[in-house]
Design a protein. Structure first.
Length: 552
């Protein structure tokens, strides 16, 4: 995958961009006509007969028309490019977000959330600025550069050749500085992402920072990250500050060469005074885009760095595209882990030939020390991961042969780390079933023993609970998570340390009131709590990658 990837976002807007190019050409054409008109104006001033007999007033009127057309073309070009660029970047942002959602859960184990957020904010913004700002000015500059040399050649090819011979020096200057600016720009984008990651992490750990009086330490960490960005930005600006004057000096030398050689040709009778004026104007017109290119070069390199980072994430393979696979039919909940082999990314094995059978409607508790892979079993069942070998089956159907979404719709997950939206209680419960009626939401809440505390809240089911349910207790958050899972009426319910936030009394109440709900479905109960084992028909211990039955 290369930079051609981004062309797919331009194609839908090609008609508008073609029109923008027409306006660019129009702007360039009228800009290039100014030196020609200026030459005729000079001819009239010194009393020479021009090719087109126009009075001074008519020439000035013509210049006014040219300037008006130039302003119109520039506005039209800038507006169309900016509008198209904004649409292209909006499409890119949506595509990036969709791609991020399609990535496997394992991708985020090695990435900080802030670094991913930076892709959607910093990197896309840099590309947006490049398309809507830099590119809108860059193309007319290049067209003016070429046009100025061509028109100079029509007047005097020797002078035009002299100017043209300077272009390799411009190229070499940009190339040499580019080698230094490019890695700095790429590193700058990465360090900006790291800064966003630090900020995102600190905001998420705010109570912890307060509790351990770490404000000054975290401020220093953020300050260090910010000043690292500043240092890289300073390096980038220093190089650009050197590049600009170098290019400007070369461009000025070109203008001086044009002026000197033109004056020599004028004295030799090989050039007229109006032609000298036109050549001088074309020389100035040539130098302006060259200097502009130097100023834009840093933006180009930074956009390149952002594009490379975006290409890196787009190259990460998403979860298997299985739209063509059959839907998993409604299952009774019979589960089989058959000869499962699975390991960590670093190569350490976790399961080597694990087998487990769970009958439909059975509640099986899985215990074991931390790190044995109890939660990994749940993730294999939901196909967050796939085993290296072996099969996971529901009602005898290999899960790798059916559509992913149809699997996950039939499994409810309540984990130790409850994830909630910054919205109302009702919206959180109905997250897995948009459009659920108020009666359905209340029924699920009652089943999770959450209705009583919900109605005691200030606005009942419409109460806003804050980010990650910060306005609720740990036990209340887990009851909401259970209600959310029960609302979709899953055939299989996974309770992964789901009672960890309850006090002993709350856990006892939860166990007592959950019996009825759990009997109607298959339940995998991952727990360290001896009290929760009362819910199970069978208790299994995961040890050394194998299942050992403890009791029925």
């Amino acid at each position: 995958m290369g930079f051609k990837y981004f062309l797919s976002y331009i194609t839908p807007h090609r008609s508008v961009l073609i029109l923008a190019v027409v306006f660019m050409l129009g702007e360039t054409a009228v800009s290039l006509s100014v030196p020609w008109i200026a030459g005729h104006f000079a001819a009239g001033v010194i009393g020479q007969q021009a090719a087109f007999a126009l009075s001074q007033g008519e020439i000035l009127a013509l210049l006014l028309v040219v300037f008006i057309l130039q302003a119109f073309f520039r506005f039209s070009n800038s507006y169309l490019v900016t509008l198209s660029g904004a649409r292209i970047l909006a499409s890119l942002s949506v595509r990036l977000y969709d791609h991020i959602q399609s990535l496997p859960v394992s991708y985020f184990h090695d990435k900080k959330r802030g670094q991913v957020l930076a892709l959607l904010s910093n990197d896309v913004s840099v590309l947006s600025h490049f398309v809507t700002g830099t590119l809108a000015g860059l193309v007319p500059m290049l067209l003016t550069l070429v046009g100025a040399i061509v028109l100079m050649a029509l007047i005097n090819w020797e002078i035009a050749l002299l100017v043209f011979l300077l272009t390799p020096f411009f190229y070499l200057s940009l190339k040499l500085m580019g080698r230094k600016i490019r890695p700095i720009s790429t590193n700058l984008m990465q360090k900006q992402a790291d800064t966003v990651a630090v900020l995102d992490e600190n905001l998420g750990l705010f109570p912890l920072i307060k509790a351990f009086v770490r404000e000054s330490v975290e401020s220093q960490r953020f300050e260090s990250s910010i000043f690292h960005v500043f240092y890289l930005r300073q390096q980038q600006l220093r190089l650009q500050a050197v590049l600009g004057p170098v290019i400007q000096l070369l461009a000025s030398l070109g203008v001086l060469a044009v002026l000197w050689l033109s004056s020599q040709y004028l004295q030799a009778g090989k050039l007229t005074a109006p032609e000298l004026v036109s050549l001088l104007f074309y020389g100035l017109l040539f130098s302006r885009p060259v200097s502009g290119l130097a100023n834009l070069y840093g933006d180009i390199q930074q956009a390149r760095g952002g594009a490379e980072r975006l290409l890196d994430i787009f190259s990460v393979l998403p979860e298997p595209v299985d739209d063509k696979l059959v839907e998993l039919p409604i299952v009774t909940g019979e589960i089989d882990f058959c000869d499962i082999h699975f390991g960590y990314p670093d190569g350490r094995p976790l399961f080597e030939g694990l087998n487990l059978h769970i009958d439909a409607g059975e509640t099986v508790a899985i215990t074991g020390v931390n790190g044995e892979g109890k939660s990994t079993l749940a993730h294999l069942l939901m196909r967050f991961f796939d085993p290296v070998s072996g099969t996971v089956e529901l009602d005898g159907i290999d899960l790798q042969t059916v559509n992913l979404a149809s699997i996950r719709r039939q499994i409810g997950l309540v984990s130790q780390h409850v994830l909630l939206l910054d919205s109302s209680v009702a919206e959180n419960i109905a997250y897995g079933k948009p459009g659920a009626s108020a009666a359905e939401i209340e029924t699920a809440a009652r089943a999770a023993n959450a209705h009583e505390f919900i109605v005691s809240l200030s606005s009942g089911y419409h109460t806003m609970i804050g980010e990650q349910g910060v306005r609720l207790s740990g036990g209340q958050r887990q009851r909401l998570a259970l209600a959310r899972a029960l609302l979709v009426e899953p055939a299989i319910l996974i309770l992964d340390e789901a009672t960890s936030m309850f006090d002993p009394k709350g856990e006892e109440v939860f166990i007592h009131e959950s019996h009825k709900q759990l009997r109607s479905r298959t339940v995998i109960l991952i727990t360290h709590s001896p009290a929760s084992l009362a819910l199970a028909d069978r208790v299994m211990r995961l040890e050394n990658g194998q299942m050992i039955e403890v009791m029925k």
